[in-house]
Ligand binder design. Structure first.
Ligand SMILES: NC(=O)c1ccc[n+]([C@@H]2O[C@H](COP(=O)([O-])OP(=O)(O)OC[C@H]3O[C@@H](n4cnc5c(N)ncnc54)[C@H](O)[C@@H]3O)[C@@H](O)[C@H]2O)c1
Length: 353
């Protein structure tokens, strides 16, 4: 099969990783990019030798030589560009969050099914070797029945550049919950192999960005108006089908002892799992005492080396997307429910009555 020609939408910070990770694959190359900001567009083009540069994403989508597009524009453009790209017959790698809300995400998922093109949401943290190792151990039954997951990513000073689209609800849809909460929630449900929420209770806060505090510096977009109308801390409790529970805590800024703490910890009847450090904790056999085991990393199979390898491999029919559409939809539905619960101050019921 020929080399797949990919176009990037958005020439901001994460697009450098998209270009590098796609270009290192043997069956794909980035040949076009689009961004309304000419300076950033040319800088990305120069660094990754991308010849076709478009200021309008619509023109890139209309480029008949492209087989696929990778979308890394501000969140408000995810669904519209994904729909347009699918309609133009392109495969799509979509940055997280899936969309601005569940309704939009559903439309994109339906269109992907209809067109038969491969669309996946780039949940890159699933591909971390320690995560893959722990997933394999869980699938082998080492943890027993997992009854609770504790997912967190607490940053002390990690708000993307203040005044950029990240801080504006109109363009971002949400704050820390959409930015990093989505990763940890996805990772936790993936490891628990349960994307069936029953109830969601949550609260979101804005305590630092609204005071001009807590900036971390991620993001290349220009600062505009000093608007900050999104969350910088979110907490939630989710009950899953079958009775297991998940707690999620994510902050962009917070008074904490370290710059960042991030993990998914799982508690099972036979062992506990520390996902990002790749550890398994359990009582040993009689006389052995408590054990902390660090299994050697499993060899992640070729097409699943990273999200782009998985996506291109799926387009080529060699593998399946690791992040499936029903899974990505379930995550978006829970994120929406956390915001709803925060506003109504009530638990949101998602499962059957
Ligand atoms: N998977 C991850 O770990 C990860 C990490 C960072 C960002 N992201 C996601 O990637 C996306 C981009 O984030 P970033 O960090 O690169 O942001 P960024 O601010 O660095 O860059 C965004 C770029 O989008 C461009 N843009 C604005 N409007 C556009 C439009 N209509 N069409 C095309 N481009 C447009 C901007 O000019 C800018 O160059 C976001 O959805 C974000 O959530 C994912």
């Amino acid at each position: 099969m020929k080399t797949l020609r990919v176009g990037l939408i958005g020439a901001g910070q994460i697009s450098y990783r998209h270009a590098a990770e796609i270009n290192e694959l043997s069956h794909a190359e980035v040949i076009a990019a689009a961004d309304p900001n000419r300076e950033r567009l040319e800088a990305l083009g120069e660094e990754h030798r991308i010849a076709r540069l478009y200021e309008k994403a619509e023109d890139l989508i209309a480029d008949a030589d492209l087989d696929a597009v990778s979308i890394a524009a501000p969140n408000a453009f995810h669904a519209p560009y994904a729909l347009a790209a699918l309609d133009a017959g392109k495969h799509v790698m979509l940055e997280k969050p899936f969309a601005m809300n569940y309704g939009e995400a559903q439309k994109v998922a339906e269109r992907a099914e209809m067109t038969g093109k491969v669309l996946t949401v780039g949940m890159n943290q699933r591909f971390v070797p320690a995560v893959q190792t722990m997933k394999a151990r869980i699938e082998e039954g080492d943890a027993g029945e997992i009854y609770h997951g504790k997912a967190f990513w607490l940053r002390r000073s990690g708000i993307p550049r203040l005044g950029t689209w990240f801080s504006q609800k109109e363009l971002a849809g949400g704050g820390v919950l959409f930015d990093i909460g989505v990763h940890l929630l996805d990772l936790c449900l993936y490891l628990m192999d349960n994307f069936e929420p029953e109830t969601v209770s949550g609260a979101t806060y804005s305590k630092f960005g609204n005071r001009g505090l807590g900036e971390g510096g991620w993001g290349m977009s220009d600062r505009g108006e000093q608007v900050f109308d999104v969350d910088d801390f979110a907490t939630a409790m989710i009950r899953l089908k079958g009775g297991a529970t998940v707690t999620l805590d994510v902050s962009w800024a917070m008074h904490i002892d370290r710059p960042s703490r991030q993990n998914v910890e799982l508690f099972g009847t036979e062992a506990g799992i520390n996902a990002l450090e790749g550890k398994l904790m359990r009582y040993g056999d009689a006389g052995e005492g408590f054990q902390v085991i660090e299994p050697p990393n499993v060899q992640v199979p070729g097409p699943q080396k990273n999200r782009f390898a998985n996506w291109i491999g799926s387009i080529r029919g060699e593998t399946e997307p690791l992040c499936t559409l029903p899974q990505a939809l379930a995550v978006q539905r829970i994120l929406d429910a956390i915001y709803e619960s925060s506003i109504t101050e009530r638990e949101v019921r998602l499962g059957k009555e």
